[in-house]
Design a protein around this ligand. Structure first.
Ligand SMILES: [Zn+2]
Ligand SMILES: [Zn+2]
Length: 258
């Protein structure tokens, strides 16, 4: 019974194949992975990785807010046709990113709403990416109240965002960012989120946790984020592992966790 990295990008890893990353992660006690789609070119790649390793590796499909401007009927049809595959356990990552504003905000919102609707119709959980867009994210999510499940991935928002997400039925997933020196406010949010509503992830190859900061992140490093969460919660690692496994089992039914 290992850790579950609920958000990773096995196709973006630096100098490492998915196979090499999985061998390293298994040795570190990480046993299940959700590898995440972000743009049209990604989707065949993440699907093929998940098909090769399922159920150890599953995937999600979705258009990242950075790519909101490319969202089209064709992409929508591709998602409609593929999200019911057994390897696709979520829709994402989807959301709003006003930090980089790589796509116009109206186009980000439009792609977010269309994919939220798609996930709800297919009864799939979502993996949300939101940065510097707390209020608009909550406003849009409220339109889907009662039809939502999933996570806010790589949570870096305020306690207000966490409260609202939890109230809307979403869980919170923490990444290596919680170990960073300047993340004091975020560590308070870790303490606030109930143990039965939280997850851990790497978002590899980005955001390696301390003590690996500066290196390219890999799924094996999720154990460092887990240790930080356990320390903040004042619980041991086994207790946290059991809780996060139960949370993943509830949130991502298609993972087929024991
Ligand atoms: Zn993201
Ligand atoms: Zn990501």
């Amino acid at each position: 019974m290992g850790w579950i990295d609920v958000h990773t990008h096995l196709n973006f890893l630096k100098d490492k194949s998915p196979e090499e990353a999985l061998i390293e992660a298994r040795a570190a006690g990480v046993s299940r992975f959700i590898t995440i789609g972000t743009e049209p070119a990604d989707h065949p790649v993440v699907l093929s990785i998940a098909q090769k390793y399922f159920p150890e590796v599953a995937c999600s499909l979705g258009i990242h807010p950075h790519e909101g401007k490319v969202y089209s009927d064709e992409i929508h049809q591709f998602l409609e046709a593929n999200v019911d595959r057994r390897e696709v356990v979520a829709v994402g990552e989807i959301g709003l990113d006003y930090h980089y504003d790589n796509s116009p905000r109206d186009e980000q919102k439009d792609a977010f709403r269309k994919q939220l609707d798609l996930a709800a119709r297919h009864t799939l959980p979502i993996e949300i990416h939101t940065r510097d867009a707390d209020e608009d994210t909550v406003e849009i999510l409220k339109e889907f109240r009662g039809r939502l499940s999933g996570i806010i991935h790589c949570f870096t928002g305020t306690q207000w965002l966490a409260e609202n997400a939890l109230d809307l039925g979403l869980d919170i997933s923490f990444s290596g960012v919680i170990t960073f020196k300047n993340a004091g406010d975020l560590r308070e949010v870790v303490k606030y989120v109930p143990l039965d509503r939280l997850h851990v992830e790497t978002d590899a190859p980005f955001l390696a946790p301390i003590p690996m900061r500066g290196k390219s992140n890999v799924p094996a490093y999720v154990v460092h984020t887990a240790q930080a969460v356990a320390d903040l919660k004042g619980i041991d690692l086994e207790t946290l592992k059991a809780a996060t496994r139960a949370n993943a089992r509830r949130t991502f039914p298609k993972l087929q966790l024991d």
